[in-house]
Design a binder for this molecule. Structure first.
Ligand SMILES: CC(C)(COP(=O)(O)OP(=O)(O)OC[C@H]1O[C@@H](n2cnc3c(N)ncnc32)[C@H](O)[C@@H]1OP(=O)(O)O)[C@@H](O)C(=O)NCCC(=O)NCCS
Length: 198
């Protein structure tokens, strides 16, 4: 659990907006559709994502934004866009969705390729995990990554998730694939966060 670090600079957290040191996480708007499709129309990004159609077009982004609003209203999903605080640029997305079997939250995310390697995903993931436990009061946060997605696995480890096992997952473009499953249980997060604040 030593990898877990609580993001100390979260200034505001509601179910539709989270502020971190360098990012604003906010609900997507229909006016974001072109930007989202521009960032996702890149195989280097899309091929790591199990639920993204490719080629990714504006209408896919519009449908995702519509669904996002419905999921948020129904209390089953909380999709956020990652926005740079400095210049307002949308750089990616991160979401938590409810897994019906046990009420755990599944974390998913992507960033436009130009923005990789700056710690943005880790910063957002730490904030989203705090959101999942503090605001949504979920019992556990899960995530899965393709086995060779070393960047994403590193993000999960830095956010405190622990590797559980390998599983199969159905993808939009490539059928059933192997994935690595990670989880963080609420009591472990609470123990680690009380240490982090001391
Ligand atoms: C995965 C992704 C979100 C990471 O975003 P990011 O902002 O670049 O991530 P961070 O900078 O917070 O952390 C990346 C970590 O991976 C490390 N890393 C980078 N390239 C790596 C590589 N080839 N092998 C192993 N680790 C690597 C970085 O050094 C960093 O770790 P460190 O802080 O210990 O040095 C981004 O690459 C992405 O959008 N990829 C495509 C979509 C995707 O994979 N989504 C997740 C699906 S599970």
């Amino acid at each position: 659990m030593s990898a877990l670090k609580i993001e100390p600079k979260i200034r505001m957290m509601t179910t539709s907006r989270i502020d971190t040191e360098r990012l604003i996480l906010r609900s997507p708007l229909i006016t974001d559709a072109t930007r989202i499709s521009d960032l996702l129309a890149n195989w280097h990004v899309a091929h790591w994502l199990v639920r993204i159609p490719f080629p990714y077009r504006r209408e896919h982004a519009e449908a995702w934004i519509d669904r996002s609003g419905e999921e948020r209203s129904a209390g089953v999903g909380w999709p956020f866009l990652m926005v740079l605080r400095d210049n307002g640029a949308v750089i990616g997305s991160m979401d938590i969705s409810l897994e019906t079997a046990d009420g755990s939250g599944a974390l998913g995310y992507w960033l436009g390729e130009d923005y990789w390697g700056n710690g943005y995903a880790t910063e957002a993931a730490r904030a989203m995990i705090q959101f999942a436990f503090d605001i949504l009061q979920l019992p556990q946060v899960n995530a899965s990554a393709l086995p060779d997605n070393a960047r994403s696995i590193r993000v999960l480890e830095k956010a405190g998730l622990i590797h559980v096992d390998g599983r199969f997952e159905d993808t939009v473009e490539r059928g059933r694939v192997d994935t690595q499953f990670f989880a963080l249980e609420r009591p472990d997060w609470e123990r680690a966060s009380s240490r982090a604040w001391q």
